[in-house]
Design a protein around this ligand. Structure first.
Ligand code: HEC
Length: 137
């Protein structure tokens, strides 16, 4: 019986957190991502590496992309927290990185941007680069 109560309390807490007001705004995040498009694309490498599959990826690990030694040696695993730190000040977080960009100084902008990057991974654009074996015949 006590277990029930605990479960219920847990569920209520979750409900209270999920739709919180300052929740990240993916649409705004896409607008912030425009700043990155000078060098990046979601699905393919440009001056910077592609961003599909970024979450959970080890920094500097896209095959055939020519990273700086600093990025390769950083041993960062990309997630909300590490992205927030890196994007606030790339050159301070990974000294020697070839991403010569000042970063996104506004905390809310960064949160929206990171939410967009996470969301983008589930869009068709990020499903594209995997060659479909069905095309064989
Ligand atoms: C001036 C070009 C440029 C801009 C603008 C830029 N980047 Fe980069 N980015 C790079 C380069 C080059 C690298 C590879 C860095 C290295 O090897 O040290 C990189 C690396 C990264 C990485 C590490 C990826 C990996 O595979 O480890 C992330 C994450 C990233 N950029 C996110 C962003 C985001 C988000 C923005 C926009 C706010 C942005 N970048 C803007 C050039 C840029």
């Amino acid at each position: 019986m006590n277990g029930h109560r605990l479960l219920l309390a847990g569920a209520l807490t979750l409900c209270a957190i999920a739709p919180a007001h300052g929740a990240p705004d993916v649409v705004r995040g896409e607008q912030v991502y425009a700043r990155c498009l000078a060098c990046h694309a979601l699905a393919f490498d440009r001056v910077g590496p592609h961003h599909c599959g970024l979450f959970g990826r080890v920094a500097g690990s896209v095959p055939n992309f020519s990273y700086s030694p600093a990025m390769k040696d950083s041993h960062i695993v990309w997630n909300d927290k590490t992205l927030d730190r890196f994007l606030s000040s790339p050159l301070k977080t990974v000294p020697g990185t070839s991403m010569t960009y000042d970063g996104v100084s506004d905390t809310k902008d960064r949160g929206d941007l990171i939410a967009y990057l996470r969301h983008a991974n589930d869009t068709p654009e990020c499903a594209k680069p995997r060659p479909a074996p069905a095309n064989r015949r």
